[in-house]
Design a protein around this ligand. Structure first.
Ligand SMILES: [Ca+2]
Ligand SMILES: [Ca+2]
Length: 195
């Protein structure tokens, strides 16, 4: 347990929760997992965000159903959280999501996979995405929430280069029996410590 909290503290040096973590309650048709929107002091690549989430004891969020996608986007108030978004090439670029495309997979839709190895069957691509269409032929191989300028900030997905710096990501914790209280307490404590 000590190691968990030590790495949690380390992660906090570069990233912070935007608000309180939320639980997708089983009683509400959810999976009992805990989600949080993490704002990073310095925008992170996909690999850095993935490592930061793991250092916190979770993983980059995996959105394997329309219900989970909608719950996470709404409950974490992602659209209204200005610090979670950046803007480039006429596009609102929102938090990292935990999926990537295997090197050499067929473009633009082939080889997408969740960081957890869960089946990648539900998708929520934005209009015309995925398109692997970054200027200069740079490969778009990682997933994030997106909104074209005319659509605002949406819960749709886009493929973007994994090296693109994004100032936020969504983390998902799977509470082991008996540990939920510890995770929630750590999250609350971290939130207080920031203020
Ligand atoms: Ca999930
Ligand atoms: Ca794209």
């Amino acid at each position: 347990m000590r190691r968990v909290f030590a790495s949690f503290g380390l992660a906090l040096a570069v990233s912070a929760s935007a608000a309180a973590p939320v639980t997708w309650e089983v009683a509400d048709g959810g999976n009992g997992h805990v989600y949080d929107l993490i704002i990073t002091a310095t925008p992170m690549t996909f690999a850095d965000a993935r490592a930061d989430a793991e250092a916190r004891g979770g993983h980059l969020v995996t959105l394997t159903s329309a219900a989970e996608n909608a719950f996470v986007f709404t409950a974490l108030n992602i659209a209204a959280t200005d610090a979670a978004w950046t803007f480039t090439l006429g596009t609102n670029v929102g938090p990292w999501i935990g999926a990537f495309q295997a090197l050499g997979a067929g473009e633009p839709g082939g080889g997408w996979q969740w960081v957890t190895g869960e089946t990648f069957d539900f998708t929520n691509w934005g209009p015309g995405e995925p398109n692997n269409n970054w200027p200069g032929g740079v490969n778009e191989n990682a997933l994030h929430f997106v909104g074209q300028q005319q659509f605002g900030r949406t819960d749709r997905w886009n493929d973007i280069p994994d090296s693109f710096p994004i100032p936020s990501y969504v983390i998902e914790y799977i509470p082991a029996p008996g540990t939920f209280g510890a995770i929630a307490a750590a999250g609350l404590l971290a939130g207080r410590r920031r203020r």
